[in-house]
Design a protein around this ligand. Structure first.
Ligand code: PCA
Length: 194
């Protein structure tokens, strides 16, 4: 089983994105404990076009069985395990390269919503059982994170694809170490469910 995890770099309003250093930590995670044969942890630029170009390459070259995207939600007070990607994108919110999706959609064609194929309930349960505040979410935003989730689901990048938003460090008692712990619980729950 091959696992691809991604985080994002900074974006306007978020000069530091905790999911960027998180990738460094996950890259060093012992594969045995996750029961996967290979793990790739990649930081994506918070740019609509570039992030998808990189993802498309990774899907073609690495052919993951599981894809877990991580991103920062400035308003999150808990770990948000996303249930849906939506075919919408805020036309007024520039990405890190200053580009805005003028159409207001992620893809010109494509359904309004696509369901994440990660075991959302199991992930939330595993986090809560470990004392980490976590809830399922039906709103991944209208920005680059939602677009990555929507496009990965639309492309059927892997049998199991999903998105986890984390709060900023210092919000709701989350430290970087706590986020790392939460991320490893997420990955263990995903790989155990497969
Ligand atoms: N959060 C933003 C984009 C990158 C990130 O980490 C979002 O929620 O869309």
């Amino acid at each position: 089983m091959k696992l691809l995890v991604t985080g994002f770099g900074p974006f306007p309003g978020a000069p530091e994105n905790p999911t960027e250093p998180l990738m460094g930590t996950l890259r060093d995670a012992p594969l045995g404990s996750l029961r996967v044969a290979a793990l790739k942890a990649v930081v994506l630029p918070t740019e609509y076009a570039c992030s998808w170009e990189l993802l498309r390459q990774l899907y073609a070259d690495f052919a993951p069985d599981i894809v877990v995207h991580f991103g920062l939600s400035l308003r999150a007070e808990a770990i948000l395990v996303e249930r849906v990607g939506r075919n919408h994108a805020d036309p007024d919110k520039p990405d890190a390269a200053g580009h805005m999706p003028s159409s207001g959609r992620v893809l010109g064609s494509g359904p309004d919503t696509l369901s994440a194929t990660l075991p959302v309930a199991e992930i939330v349960d595993a986090l809560v059982r470990s004392g980490v505040a976590a809830v399922p979410s039906d709103d991944a935003g209208a920005y680059v994170c939602n677009a990555a989730l929507y496009r990965s689901l639309h492309a059927e990048a892997a049998p199991c694809v999903g998105f986890v938003h984390v709060p900023p460090v210092g919000q709701a008692g989350f430290t970087q170490a706590r986020l790392e712990e939460a991320a490893s619980i997420v990955l263990s729950a995903v790989t155990a469910a497969r």
